[in-house]
Design a protein around this ligand. Structure first.
Ligand code: NAP
Length: 327
């Protein structure tokens, strides 16, 4: 099936609705990096029709951006790069910093690591309450006018914060957590974004691998893997989520002849002006991408999915554990 695409205001070509997420490629919080595999994964993604890659300076403290830059040598013009700004780090620990001075430094560091002269989509990674939002928006608008950045986005922002930002600078996209298990944005961010023409880059569409269908009660995560601190992956909740995945897997197979992973990505794509940021670090992890394209879920299918979720997950929890300090 051909890849579906979506226009993002400011990016010169429609981008794929499945994007490659490269947090794990940076290694940090994902149990280490394998650059050879990572570069092969990026090349596989491009070959499969992905034309949007999401990264961030903090992913491996520069490493993810460097690997993306290396992988895109000779192929830069065929792909849009989305990176982020506003998280600094010290001694391996991130903290929020969206000051104008920090942003002026970060853009140059990102352009160098990514081996490019422009960022297609530049997103504030997390809101920084210590810096007036207008200051942050104004410097980003300057970078936009200078042509270093083609489109602006925000991540982990509320609607009120997006309204404040848009009063100063044009906002093209928002990047919130969104997957079958984490649906808080349906109350406000998703409808607001649809009404204002923003693309919604849904992060964690597989809920950090839970919706891949490959996890079992025996799956173990090392102390340097964020899932060791993720409340969804701890007993007794882990069993509830695994049971929901098993029931979704049975539904996906019986109703569509597809995997739960394809169902999870399809569901994100069917919720609005969304882009699924599929995190992968091995080529085989995205090999089944076409399974998620070229079909849709009906309203009745979505009702059945909601029934399955409610039947199994009696003690739901969100992704709040991921927020860096200073919020
Ligand atoms: P995700 O896409 O829900 O899950 C990614 C993980 O799922 C992979 O690292 C892999 O884990 C597993 N996986 C993927 N495909 C698989 C397959 N075919 N079979 C088995 N396992 C598979 O989660 P995410 O990486 O957290 O989120 C995606 C992207 O969103 C990130 O890379 C990043 O670009 C972005 N993001 C942004 C924010 C933000 O604050 N803005 C926060 C989180 C993420 P293993 O390799 O360990 O098996």
């Amino acid at each position: 099936m051909p890849m579906e695409t979506i226009a993002v205001s400011g990016i010169p070509f429609p981008v794929s609705r499945i994007a490659l997420g490269t947090w794990a490629i940076g290694g940090w919080m994902w149990g280490g990096a394998d650059d050879r595999q990572a570069i092969a994964t990026i090349h596989e993604a491009l070959d499969l029709g992905i034309s949007l890659i999401d990264t961030a300076p903090v992913y491996g403290f520069g490493h993810s951006e460097e690997v993306v830059g290396e992988a895109l040598v000779g192929r830069r013009d065929k792909v849009a790069i989305a990176t982020k700004v506003g998280l600094d780090w010290k001694d391996g620990k991130p903290f929020r910093n969206s000051s104008a001075a920090r942003i002026r430094q970060e853009i140059e560091d990102s352009l160098r690591r990514l081996r490019t002269d422009r960022i297609d989509l530049y997103q504030i990674h997390w809101p920084d309450p210590a810096v007036p939002l207008d200051e942050t928006a104004r410097v980003l608008e300057d970078l936009h006018r200078e042509g270093k950045v083609l489109a602006l986005g925000v991540s982990n922002f509320s609607v009120a914060q997006m309204e404040q930002f848009s009063a100063v600078a044009p906002l093209a996209a928002v990047q919130p957590p969104y997957n079958l298990f984490e649906r808080a944005i349906e109350d406000d961010i998703l409808p607001w974004s649809a009404a204002h023409g923003l693309a919604v880059l849904a992060y964690g569409p597989l809920c950090r691998g839970l919706l891949s269908g490959r996890m079992t009660a025996a799956s173990h995560f090392g102390s340097d893997d964020l899932r060791s601190a993720d409340p969804k992956f701890q007993a007794p909740r882990f069993a509830q989520y695994l049971a929901a995945v098993a029931a979704l897997e049975a539904f996906a197979k019986e109703r569509f002849g597809r995997s739960v992973l394809a169902l999870a990505i399809r569901w994100v794509l069917d919720q609005g002006p969304t882009i699924a940021l599929w995190g992968a670090r091995k080529p085989e992890q995205i090999a089944g991408i076409d399974q998620a394209c070229g079909w849709t879920l009906s309203a009745a299918d979505k009702v059945e999915i909601d029934r399955i979720l409610a039947a199994h997950i009696t003690d739901p929890v969100g992704p709040e554990f991921m927020a860096p300090p200073g919020g």
